[in-house]
Structures are given as C-alpha cells and as structure tokens.
Design a protein. Structure first.
Lengths: 764, 175
C-alpha cells in the first residue's frame, strides 16, 4: 500500500509518490501528469474527470464543474459564492447548514463531493501507475486557506476513500521539494501564482528544518483572472465586429475562456499569436460568425500587469510580517502555472534582485513536496530520541547545554531517581488532573487508544498531558553535558546521537511499559526515511548526503510519450545544487536518455518506472524533514458587544496552543458559549465564523466571578481544536469545535457510500 | 526508554523558563535563538515521532507547543522584555509565560486606567467606553446617556457613579 502526495489545484491536479527513495510524478494511462480539476456529468450517466471533462466545458458548461477548489469550505452566503454564481454556468443551490449544493443532471452534490471525484480519479491514476492500492495521502492547499477550507478539503479526501495524513500548504511543499537533502542554510521566498490563487511564503531552510517565517495570500488572484481579461477583450472585439455580445451566453463565454487560456500559454513562448474560433454566433440568415483574434505578448503584458502588481502587494505583506527586505533572500522559487509568464518571471527577478530558481517544473513541484511529506509521515519507525530535560530552571549564561550535546548523555543515564518519584499514585493523580471530564475521543491520551499492538499499554503507563505540579528536580544527568552553544545539524557535522541509544535499565515497575514490537524495532535506530522497498533498514545516521550525481533509476528509463517539448529546463532532473544558469552536472547523460525515442513498456513493469526522477533522491542517512509552518489568519473569540479577542495571532508558528481566560457576562450564567472566528477584523462579524464551543454546568455565581479558560490548539495541519475549561472546578467543555458547513461524520460516511455507488468515473 | 525521559520533561515543563526549554543562555541573540529553536524542533516536532504511540506523541506535542510559544516570546523584543521582567520579579515561569502571552498591544500600552476597566459586566463596557470618548469631545449630554445605559448593567459601580456626578456638574456649568 502506497502513500501519495496530491496537489489538488484550482485548474489541475497532480499526484506523486516516493518509491525506492525517489519521487515520481505519476502519469495517467497516456502519460499525462496534469489532471484537469474538472468534473463533467455526461448525459449517459458517466462522470468524466480530467481531460475529457475539460473538453465538455465548451459544449456542456451547465453540467461541467471547474474551479471547485475556489468554493470548498465557503458558505452559501459568502461573497465568494455570490461571485461564483455570477461567473459559472453550472447550477447551485443552498443546502442544509449553509452548505452550497451543485445541481447537475437532476442530482445534487456537495462541494467536497465534487472535489472527491477529482481526488478519486487522482487516486485511480496512482493505483494504476503503482500497481497497488493507495489509501493514504497528503493533500496540499493554498497557504491562505482558512479552517473551513482545510476541513472541507479533508472531507473531500475522505469521501474519495483516502485517509488524509496531512493538509500541507502548497508553498511549503514546494520548499520541501526544493530544499530537502541540500543540507544547506538558506533563506528562500516561494512565489506561488496558480490558476486561482496566489501565495507568497518566506522560509528559513536549515538542514532538514524548514521554518516558515511568514505567509500571505490572495484567494482571488490567479491565472483564471488573466484568462478572463483576455476573454473579455475577445468578446469586445466580437461585439464591435458583429454587434453581438458573447458574454450574454454562458456556454459561449466558456469557449472564449478556453481559447483565452490557449492564447495566454502560447504567448509564454511566442511574441504573437492568433486564434480562430468558429461559429461563435449566428448572423442574418443563419450565417455563422467566427472570431479571429490576435494578441501580442506586449499587449498581454499590459493586461497582466495589474495582477502582477497585486501579487507584489501580497508579497510585501508577507515581507512586512517577517520584517525582511526582498534583498535578504538567497533564492526565489516559482510555483504555479502563472509563474511561467515571462513578465511574471522578469518582475520577480527585479523584485528580489536574484534570478528565480526555475529548475523545477512549477506545475509539479507542489505534488513532489507532498509526496515527500507523505513518505515521511507514513514512516512508522520515525522517532527521534529525546535528551533529558534541563536540570536547572534557568540556564547559566553562555553555557547552555544544547539538545545535541545532551543527547548522548541521556542515553546512558540510569534514571533511577526520576523513577522513584513516579509511583503509581502520582501518575494516577496526574492523569486525573489532565484528562478532560468529557469523553471526547482525543481526550485520554494513553488509555484505550493504543496504536496497533501498542494498545496493550497498561493504564499506569499513561503520560499526563498536562502537569502543573512542582516535582523534585529531574535526574542530575545533565551535569555531564559539555558546555557549548547549540550545534546545528549540518551535512558536515552530523546530527549527534540521534539514534542507537543503548537500552536503558527498565523503569520502576509501576511505570513500566510493555514494549510494542514497533518501538522495540525502532530502538536501535529509526528506519531510514524514503526507503520504502529496501529490505535492510540500516541504522539512522545523522547528516545529510548530497544528491549530486545520484544514480539513475534501476529500471531502463523510457521517455514518456507526453513530454512537453516546450520547456527543456523542466525536463532536466531536479538538481538542487546547480544554479539555474549552470547546466546540470549530470545533464549530458540524462538529456540523452530523456531524448531517446520512446520504447514500449514491458507489461509487468509498474508504470511509474517510466518517469524520470523528478526530485531529491533520499538516502538512508538523510534526516526526514521537519516543517514548522504558520497559521495564515488570526483565531479570535467573540466578546461582549460584538468585538473579538485574538487568541492565536496571525502568522503564529504551528503546532501551538494558547489559553485565554474569559469571565461570565451575566449573573447566574451556567452555560458559556465561546464563538470562534478567523481573521484580523476588530469586529467579530468581520471575520470568517468557524463555529462555537459550549461549556455547560458552570456553578451559578454573580457575573464576572466565574472565569472560563479557553485553549486553542492548532496542530501541524493547521486544524484547530478548542477546549474550554472552568479553572475553579477543572471541568472541561464537552463539545469540541464543530465547524459550520462542514459535514459531520455520518454525512461523510453517506457521501462516501454514494461515491462508491455513483456511475463509473471516466478519465481520459 | 524514552518514555521515562518524556515523563521527566512533562514534570518540569511548567517550571522551565523559555530559555531553559529552548536551551539558550539568557543573553542569546536572535540568531542563537533561531539555531536553538531549529534544534529543538528537530527533536520535538511531533512529525519526527510518527512512529510513537499516541500518548507519547501527544506528550511530545505538548512540549513542542510550549517551545513554539517560547520562541515567539523570546523572538519579539517587547515580549521578551516583559517576560524577563516577570521572571526577575520572581514569578514562576508558568505564570510569567502566561503574562507574556497576552497580545503585545496590551503588553506595551498599559496607559491610564479607563472607566470601562472598572466594570465587571462586558455588556456595560462598550457604553462606558463610548461615554468616555464623548466626554473627551465635550459632548456631555450624550456621554451621560451612554453612561446611564452602562449603569443599567452595573447599578452599584462607584466609578460609574463618580463619572456621572462629574458629568452632571459639567452639564450644569455649561448652562
């Protein structure tokens, strides 16, 4: 069973997978690696997804749904949906819980269901290419996506039968594809200009650690806008010639948009282009009226300029958040199809003062990053060893033991002292403190939900999730740590003492944990990352190896049929060490094999083998990536008078948690509802409403005498968990945050069942 | 094995200063801090522990979330100053950190005490705020109206009563 990374784009979807330490972008039966994110409901009952569906846009716009990603997670009354209703030819109506429904051929579909059709097709492509089932995936979203949009994307994945391991930000995925395995220290800017959205993300790359410094985005800025502008100009031209406005007919407008996209793409390589559209309308006596439309690159540049301008406003916003200047970046990475426009490239270069990195295919780099993260997250043997906590409560100046220094000592430390304080009662008491009174599935950390064989853990082995108790100082093992400033893992200085901690003497009996097979196996060293099919794990060695001169795939490489000849640099293997200006070191041999005539594939060979390597090669000793992302919008709670109070500010690093205390507003108030929204507006209503958490059973008291402690926890997905607790009684809220407009578990199950029964999904 | 170490971390977590948590000296520079945070993240990021049982991952996640908060506070000069001051006053790290996690705007602008700060009822506060603004502009009559609305929620509040008296004097003086 494989795990894949899926870039679910506004216009195109790409799926990739790590195999034998390499990333492969997976192509369909015809070798095409871009799957148009379009779903079309055919009169014969078929559901077309991809190229076939895209072709239907021109003839059956009413039953062909494109750009659904723009709408995912939006409520019926949102301005985004109003805009979409004006723009798209397909029919929409309001469903339960403000969720919009799409009506096609008499059937109603939720937005996640439409997304699920695309994801299901992507999954099929992957399964065919890999020759095995695919049930888990990392799915990417624009960095500015809010909670509701992320949750809706997750639902779409689940309806498509996928376990969503992570919702990953697209620019961060691109950074991962670029930087993993380089082992370098760089500051990079990701300029992600896609079909529907724009994101600017700034990162510090440090070995295997990727720290997002800031991110900013515009949900309504993309290549589609440029298409619309061109289509508008076409319509104007037609109107002048024939006194008929093609915009009056949704179907015709859809044709113009498609033609406009072709014009735009042609002008990325040519200076001038012309299209001939037949039978746009019928004139006197039924004569058909054609449109011949020509455009030069200079004219396109002029039309594109305002959109590019907007993208730099967003970029400035991100720079301001990070308090950095454009000149402080070592590298710019272009992502998304719109970044292929020559004007965009020129402007990015001028803005940052350095040529943008273009060795990676901007259409595929996000899926590649997602695949890398998917492989890392599904590695069941991943467990860093942890040094013991510092002993003093304040660290003496300039003599702080670093984690890396401490690690070796930790492994040898006989920790009898700490065990002696950890008697049964102590552990039990701590657990009582920490476990929420409510039986939410995620509440008790250790008791019933072990993973696989690990579920045999004895109750007393539970680790408290929150301890607020002063304990005797931890073992004095740190005394032996050599004083030195923290050392960073670099390729030259391998990460010290990650692995192979010699087994410690067992814990005191009460705290003893039955070793799970997995943990026992993991003890001598983590299984290397990215070596899915390799039999011998080998020990996990710190350090990063260069990918330079990586061997070719073992299978005889065959150039895929559908290679685009237009952009030779994208065909070169990704080589992070080569600057854009330089030719790749391995270029000659690789170019030769890639230019070799296509050969028929042997039947039994999995299809992915036909793809040349696209991205970093993983080695046994490469530490898996650690991504520290940020939340794009502030999370706020409503306070009296329609105002709001920020709990987690914009651009906070995740995972994180913050607790705020609120007082009751009325005498005898026994229920507190905490309403949660996302955004930076001072008025609660000005932000995107997410949902509410209710804390009931508060002891009756005068207003203000009872306080409620609200904890917001953002996990690595950027997914929010809100807990409310009454600090006086220790009572925790029973309800977790229920997001508005997001399907409940039962609905997801029924959508999934419907998906299984729905007509065949037809690709091609 | 690690389990005991994780447990030891949890026990001292609330007593560790952010400096100790991130393993940096008190006078760490911005660059020191970043380096240390990256080492911390590489050790404690929950993703680096995907092979562990749920409870261990949850515990490690807690340590990591504390670390991101510590990094945020120490990275911001204003927040760091406030945090250092709290520590210097002998507040235990857990209390000091709670103080410093208030939004920076409040942290930085203590300002004179406003009328609305004396109110317990959140319903009354907007009225008190408006009343104070109007009084500043010299519109005492409107201010009085707003104030009486606030008083509906908190009839016994002394500060409100005082302010009202003051307004009455001003209104009479204006006549």
């Amino acid at each position: 069973m494989s795990v894949v990374g899926i870039d679910l784009g506004t216009t195109n979807t790409v799926v990739a997978c790590v195999r034998n330490g390499r990333v492969h972008v997976l192509g369909d039966e015809q070798g095409r690696r871009l799957l148009p994110s379009v779903v079309s409901f055919h009169p014969n009952g078929d559901i077309l997804v991809g190229h076939g569906a895209k072709a239907r846009r021109a003839v059956d716009a009413k039953n062909t749904i494109a750009s659904v990603k723009r709408l995912l997670g939006r409520t019926w009354n949102s301005p985004e949906l109003e805009k979409a209703r004006a723009r798209f030819a397909f029919e929409m109506k309001e469903g339960p819980g403000q969720g919009p429904l799409i009506v096609a051929r008499g059937k109603e579909y939720t937005l996640p269901e439409i997304g699920a059709f695309v994801l299901k097709r992507a999954r099929e492509i992957a399964e065919t290419a890999l020759g095995e089932r695919v049930e888990r995936a990392v799915i990417t979203v624009p960095a500015h996506f809010n909670e509701l949009q992320r949750a809706a994307t997750k639902v779409a994945g689940r309806v498509a039968g996928l376990e969503v391991l992570r919702i990953l930000n697209e620019p961060t995925a691109a950074a991962l594809a670029y930087g993993l395995g380089k082992g370098s220290k760089e500051r990079i800017a990701i300029y992600d200009f896609g079909g529907g959205t724009f994101d600017a993300t700034l990162l510090d790359l440090n070995g295997n650690v990727f720290e997002v410094l800031a991110t900013a985005g515009d949900p309504f800025l993309g290549g589609d806008d440029i298409d619309d502008a061109i289509a508008d100009r076409m319509a104007d031209a037609f109107l002048v010639q024939h006194r008929f406005d093609p915009r009056s007919d949704g179907q015709t407008l859809e044709r113009l948009r498609q033609a406009a996209e072709q014009v735009k793409m042609a002008l990325s390589t040519q200076e001038q282009t012309q299209v001939h559209l037949r039978e746009i309308a019928f004139g006197v006596g039924g004569a058909h009226l054609d449109l011949i439309f020509g455009l030069s690159r200079a004219e396109l540049d002029k039309m594109t300029e305002p959109f590019v301008e907007r993208s730099f406003k967003v970029t400035q916003d991100a720079l301001a958040l990070a308090r950095l200047a454009p000149s402080e970046f070592d590298r710019t990475i272009l992502v998304g199809g719109t970044s292929r426009i020559p004007l965009v490239r020129r402007r990015v270069e001028a803005f940052f003062g350095a040529p943008p990195m273009d060795r990676m295919n901007p259409d595929e780099v996000v899926a590649i990053g997602a695949a890398i993260q998917a492989a890392a997250l599904s590695d069941a043997s991943r467990r860093r060893s942890i040094p013991p906590p510092p002993t003093g409560f304040s660290v003496p100046r300039k003599s702080a033991p670093s984690f890396s220094d401490a690690a070796p000592q930790s492994s040898r430390a006989p920790s009898s002292q700490e065990l002696s304080v950890d008697d049964d009662q102590e552990t039990q008491a701590m657990r009582r403190d920490s476990v929420p009174a409510s039986g939410r599935e995620s509440a008790p950390p250790a008791t019933s939900r072990g993973t696989g064989p690990g579920s045999a853990t004895a109750p007393q082995s539970a680790l408290p999730t929150s301890t607020a108790r002063m304990t005797p100082p931890p073992p004095p093992t740190m005394r032996t740590a050599q004083p030195s400033s923290p050392v960073l893992p670099r390729s030259t200085a391998p990460m010290p003492a990650r692995p192979s901690a010699p087994a410690l003497p067992p814990l005191a009996p009460s705290a003893l944990v039955p070793m799970t097979p997995a943990s026992a196996k993991g003890a001598p060293g983590s299984r290397p990352f990215g070596t899915i099919d390799e039999p011998s794990p080998g020990s996990f060695v710190g350090g990063i190896s260069s990918v330079q001169g990586a061997p070719l795939p073992q299978a005889a490489p065959v150039a895929p049929a559908a290679r685009q000849p237009s952009a030779p640099s994208f065909n070169a293997p990704f080589n992070p060490d080569s600057l854009p200006q330089q030719s790749p070191p391995t270029g000659n041999a690789l170019q030769q094999f890639m230019n070799a005539p296509a050969q028929p594939l042997p039947e039994q060979r999995p299809q992915y083998m036909s793809q040349p390597p696209r991205a970093p090669v993983f080695t046994k000793s490469m530490p898996p990536p650690v991504l520290i992302d940020v939340t794009p919008r502030a999370l706020v709670v409503e306070t009296a008078g329609g105002y709001c109070d920020t709990v987690i500010p914009r651009n906070a690093k995740i995972p994180c948690e913050r607790t705020r205390i609120f007082a009751t507003a009325q005498d005898g108030q026994q229920i507190v509802r905490v309403r949660v929204a996302q955004g930076e507006d001072g008025a609660f209503r000005g932000n995107t409403y997410l949902g509410e958490v209710e804390l009931s059973g508060i002891p009756a008291a005068p207003r203000g005498d009872v306080s409620v402690q609200v904890t917001f926890e953002l996990d690595a997905d950027g997914t929010l968990r809100v807990r409310a607790a009454d600090p006086t009684t220790g009572r925790q809220a029973t309800a977790m945050l229920r997001l508005t407009g997001i399907a409940a578990e039962s609905e997801i199950a029924s959508m999934r069942a419907r998906m299984e029964q729905s007509g065949a999904i037809v690709g091609g | 094995m690690d389990r005991a170490v994780i447990l030891a971390w949890l026990k001292v977590l609330d007593d560790l200063t952010y400096y100790a948590l991130l393993s940096v000296p008190d006078d760490a520079s911005h660059d020191d801090l970043k380096r240390a945070f990256h080492v911390f993240a590489d050790t404690f990021h929950p993703d680096a522990h995907s092979g562990r049982p749920d409870d261990e991952r949850e515990a490690i996640g807690r340590i990591f979330r504390r670390g991101t908060e510590g990094y945020r506070v120490l990275e911001d000069p204003a927040l760091r100053t406030g945090y250092d001051a709290s520590l210097a006053q002998g507040e235990p790290p857990s209390v000091a950190s709670r103080r410093s996690s208030l939004p920076p705007a409040r942290e930085r602008v203590p300002g004179p005490k406003r009328l609305e700060d004396t109110l317990k009822s959140p319903m009354a506060r907007p009225f008190a705020r408006r009343a104070e603004e109007l009084a500043k502009k010299g519109d005492w009559k409107q201010a009085k109206l707003q104030l009486s609305l606030a008083k509906n929620y908190e009839p016994d509040n002394e500060a409100l009563a005082l302010f009202l008296k003051d307004l009455d004097v001003k209104i009479r003086g204006a006549k």
